[in-house]
Design a binder for this molecule. Structure first.
Ligand code: 4NP
Length: 160
């Protein structure tokens, strides 16, 4: 089982969107027994809350369900549980690097590393913006989700 954690600031916009998009792909491809996912925020403000209504609506427009998700905060213990810890932006990544125990052997990096050539490095925070921001979040996350899936499948094949 490969375990992936998506991390943003609030865990109510970007990382639950990544979780919902990736979950949809795993279900469609029959990979839910091989790859497990979760999401978390570096901040604590929204712990226990459902995703932002704008994120839920934008995702629903493309066939992804987010409303069942609940926010939690990323903790040092996550490094013992996940193989990939993927930050939505460089601030989130810096926070996670400070939290990372010395012995972590998994992959800590930016999610958009998997989005391919020409993609930005960070998913812009849509919280204080308009609906366009949520569409852009989905575009970037869909691209990176496809790249991440290919990467994990290649890694697993290489280990057989
Ligand atoms: P997220 O968006 O990190 O994509 O979940 C945000 C949600 C809440 C806040 C900032 C960003 N906030 O400042 O409360």
């Amino acid at each position: 089982m490969v375990k992936v954690l998506f991390v943003c600031l609030g865990n109510i916009c970007r990382s639950p969107t990544a979780e919902g998009v990736f979950a949809h792909k795993l279900e469609r491809l029959g990979l839910t027994d091989e790859i497990s996912i979760d999401s978390a925020g570096t901040g604590h403000w929204h712990v226990g809350k459902a995703p932002d209504g704008r994120a839920i609506a934008a995702a629903a427009g493309r066939g992804y369900r987010l409303e069942q998700l609940r926010a939690r905060q990323a903790v040092a213990g996550d490094f013992a549980l996940f193989d990939y810890i993927l930050a939505m932006d460089s601030d989130n990544l810096a926070h996670l690097q400070a939290l990372k125990p010395a012995g972590f052997t998994g992959h800590l990096g930016l999610f958009l590393e998997f989005a391919g050539q020409g993609a930005p490095t960070s998913v812009p925070d849509p919280y204080y913006g308009g609906d366009d921001g949520f569409q852009q979040v989905l575009d970037l996350i869909e691209a990176a989700a496809d790249g991440l899936l290919v990467h994990i499948q290649q890694q697993q094949l290489a280990q057989r």
